[in-house]
Design a protein around this ligand. Structure first.
Ligand SMILES: *Cc1c(COP(=O)(O)O)cnc(C)c1O
Length: 464
């Protein structure tokens, strides 16, 4: 399988090349040259497979023979053995025809573990063979940081540096990052906000001359293709449990950077019978305005109870737009070039295609809390605020009566207790394996909001 850039400005790349970079050299994002399409019989033959087996079936066509089958199997099996539920991604019924897909059974209690557990091991595999070492640098507002650190802490060929805004992540989120052990993991608390962290990371990627000569930076944010790839699997897993390919389903997906829902869009393209994909947003509603009103314009950022979705511009949306523009890279590059400077829209015909595939809703904090309280009362199940946005969007958008709708439960409620207590409920307990989190020793360094401080720190701390 080869990968091409959404801006069509570079030659096709291998899976391995794409794994070891972030953005394409022309500023675009990598997408598969062609999507493997499965027949209904093939999909039917996957019914009843254990999660790691299903994952191997789905991802192998995207990797080809770049990673030997036995090695890939070991990577996948080890990654999902870290999860605390035998089904890995269990499906729970909330109401008639309404389900939630629990994606929070990994080591850091959010769906990002599905990809980052695998990504850390894939990197280690490829780097060992190439006898190469890299530095991972990323900025996080919470969930990505802990999942990336956890996924990379055993990698002999990787040093990982994660920036978070000092004093601006929740206590649980900070503890989850700063208590990860390993001599190759480093947390930097930047005296600034999340945007400052992102700006520093971008600048460091643009000029990597501060690194030892044999190193390069690798990105682990959600534009990394391997992350999207691993997320396709649970769409198949959930739909198969409800009778796919002989039963269609819909999904409601709490959305920030459009990575998770883009994986659902790919699953549909591969032949999984998905009727609707519902983009569930909080008050940061650019995608909802686009889908409902054909208005693609930036507004100001709002801070909400679902901070992992407090994103102004969804980077992975470009991957979907590439298809919407019939894979015309130059036209897309022009569109993206005008973005942020003017209000953008697409043609009537393109907009119709958007609406045929997606529906959307925007859910405010007060409603999020109401839904948390309501679902707890009805089912005894506690939703995290991101999941509550997904469930509410599913209810608002509805669907046909005979199509089950599955809301993705993207985080464990104990991670975001502020919304839970605001909903009038008791603070949820952390799962057993994390119950001593607050007693664990924290390790992090506070640095000024300066590129130089960060690059000097990396230079001084990456292993020789
Ligand atoms: C990252 C995250 C999201 C948003 O996922 P995207 O792939 O960025 O759309 C939603 N919920 C939680 C809990 C997250 O950590």
């Amino acid at each position: 399988m080869k990968y091409i850039s959404t801006r069509s400005g570079c030659s096709p790349q291998s899976f391995e090349d794409v794994l070891l970079t972030g953005l394409a050299p022309d500023g675009g994002l990598f997408v598969p040259e062609e999507l493997p399409v499965l027949t209904a019989d093939e999909i039917r033959s996957y019914q009843g497979l254990a999660y790691p087996e299903l994952a191997l079936k789905i991802i192998t066509p995207f990797i080809g023979d770049e990673i030997p089958a036995g090695d890939l199997r070991a990577i996948i099996e080890e990654s999902y053995a870290e999860f605390d539920h035998p089904e890995v991604a269990p499906l729970t019924q909330l109401a008639e025809n309404e389900w939630m897909l629990e994606l929070y059974h990994g080591p850091t209690l959010a769906f990002k573990d599905f990809a980052l557990q695998v990504l850390g091991r894939l990197l280690e595999h490829v780097l060992t063979r190439k006898d190469q070492r890299v530095v991972i640098l990323g900025a996080t507002s919470g969930d990505t940081g802990s999942a990336a650190l956890e996924g990379c802490r055993h990698s002999a060929h990787v040093d990982i540096f994660i920036l978070h805004p000092h004093g601006r992540v929740s206590d649980v989120q900070r503890k989850q990052m700063t208590t990860v052990t390993g001599n190759n993991v480093f947390n930097l608390a930047v005296k600034g906000n999340f945007d400052d962290c992102q700006r520093i990371v971008k600048a460091a990627f643009a000029d990597q001359s501060f690194l030892p000569t044999d190193r390069q930076l690798v990105a682990v944010n959600s534009i990394n293709w391997a992350r999207i790839l691993m997320q396709i699997v649970y769409y198949f897993s959930a739909a198969l449990k409800l009778g796919a390919p002989d039963q269609a389903v819909s999904f409601s997906v709490p959305t920030g950077n459009f990575g998770d829902i883009y994986a659902g869009y790919l699953a549909k393209g591969m032949g999984l019978p998905i009727e609707r994909l519902i983009v569930a947003t909080n008050k940061n509603d650019i995608l909802h305005r686009f889908i409902h009103n054909n208005d693609y314009s930036v507004t100001d950022l709002s801070e909400t109870f679902s901070p992992s979705m407090d994103i102004l511009v969804s980077s992975n949306f470009e991957r979907y737009l590439f298809d919407l523009f019939d894979r015309d890279g130059p036209t897309l590059a022009d569109f993206m070039g005008r973005f942020g400077k003017q209000t953008l829209c697409v043609s009537e015909q393109q907009w119709q295609r958007v609406k045929d595939c997606f529906d959307s809703a925007s859910v405010d904090d007060a409603t999020t809390c109401e839904v948390i309280a309501e679902v707890f009362q009805q089912t005894g199940k506690l939703l995290d605020p991101h999941t509550a946005v997904g469930v509410k969007a599913a209810r608002d958008c509805g669907g046909s009566a005979d199509t089950p709708i599955i809301a993705l439960a993207t985080a464990h409620p104990a991670k975001f207790s502020e919304a839970i207590t605001s909903a009038g409920l008791k603070t949820p307990e952390l799962p057993v394996q994390l119950q001593d989190l607050f007693e664990r020793e924290e390790r992090y360094s506070v640095v000024a909001n300066e590129l130089d401080e960060v690059t000097s720190f990396i230079k001084a701390h990456c292993r020789r």
